[in-house]
Design a binder for this molecule. Structure first.
Ligand SMILES: C[S@@+](CC[C@H](N)C(=O)[O-])C[C@H]1O[C@@H](n2cnc3c(N)ncnc32)[C@H](O)[C@@H]1O
Length: 263
């Protein structure tokens, strides 16, 4: 039998792919390191078709790098974004100097668990991940195990099943206004879970809950770190219970993170 490499199959397909997809095709190629057996050839051909249909590469491969971790993803969780990596990177640098093994962090709306898992791995403190989706909770547990992290996972509609107080609550909640979901990229709206995107009428539904309830779940002097899409509106909401509200832009120079300390 002929010895076939992923590259041999992918080279023939390249012409059928738009320029912006060529890089993903290369990454797909790189996920195979040796000559392919019959079942791998079929698998690769199926993956190429999936990529052509617009399915994001992370869902096709089933995992992706996220800071110090390799995070498993599936159709029930959002694909972790670079701006979320940036948020976690900032938090690791900020907390490195003050964290103790007793520090408690809540990753609310955890999805794959990427935030909580990466924080536990880097900071070695207590981390709780919470999500309303049972499937996300399962995935967060599996991601912790696969990355050598130790976390608690709670299935919870926002704070409904949370009973502890934390030093830091971090959250990347759904923030796309319902009526804007239709105008998102096909690769997002056709493949990523609606539950992870839908921020209800004005995209701020979950921020209102966090702004009005998180103070009950924070220790004295506790901190909040949120990924955002709208700075002023969230800043205004937070000012009732929080001080030192600051904003950080992402790599695209857009307001993307907000940090605050309990009054
Ligand atoms: C934007 S995704 C963020 C996922 C992950 N933290 C990340 O940054 O990649 C939002 C997450 O919120 C979860 N979610 C939606 N409604 C929720 C609710 N009422 N309570 C808790 N989690 C919720 C979704 O299941 C989804 O996993």
């Amino acid at each position: 039998m002929n010895k076939i490499l992923a590259r041999d199959i992918i080279e023939k397909e390249k012409a059928n792919f738009p320029k912006e997809k060529q890089r993903e095709l290369k990454w797909l190629e790189e996920s195979y390191s040796d000559f392919l057996c019959e079942s791998e050839i079929l698998k690769l051909k199926k993956q190429i078709q999936e990529l052509k249909s617009g399915k994001p590469l992370a869902y096709i491969l089933g995992n992706m790098p996220f800071l110090n971790c390799n995070i498993k993803v599936n159709k029930n969780c959002l694909i972790p974004r670079p701006e979320t990596e940036q948020l976690v990177d900032i938090l690791i640098k900020k907390w490195k100097t003050k964290v103790t093994p007793e520090t408690e962090i809540l990753d609310l709306c955890c999805g794959s668990g990427c935030i909580g898992v990466a924080l536990n791995k880097a900071l070695k403190c207590k981390v709780t991940c919470a999500d309303i989706s049972e499937s996300c909770c399962d995935l967060a547990k599996r991601n912790a195990e696969a990355n050598g992290a130790v976390i608690d996972v709670v299935q919870s509609d926002m704070f409904s099943n949370i009973s502890k107080k934390f030093d830091l609550i971090v959250s990347n909640p759904p923030y796309i206004p319902t009526k804007k979901i239709d105008s998102l990229d096909d690769s997002v709206k056709n493949f990523e879970p609606y539950l992870a995107l839908d921020g209800k009428e004005d995209g701020l539904y979950f921020y209102r809950i966090i702004a009005n309830q998180s103070f009950k779940f924070l220790k004295s002097g506790g901190e909040l770190a949120l990924e955002i899409d709208e700075f002023e509106a969230v800043e205004t909401m937070l000012k009732k219970y929080f001080k030192d509200v600051t904003m950080q832009k992402d790599y695209f120079n857009l307001p993307r993170m907000i940090f605050a300390t309990l009054k």
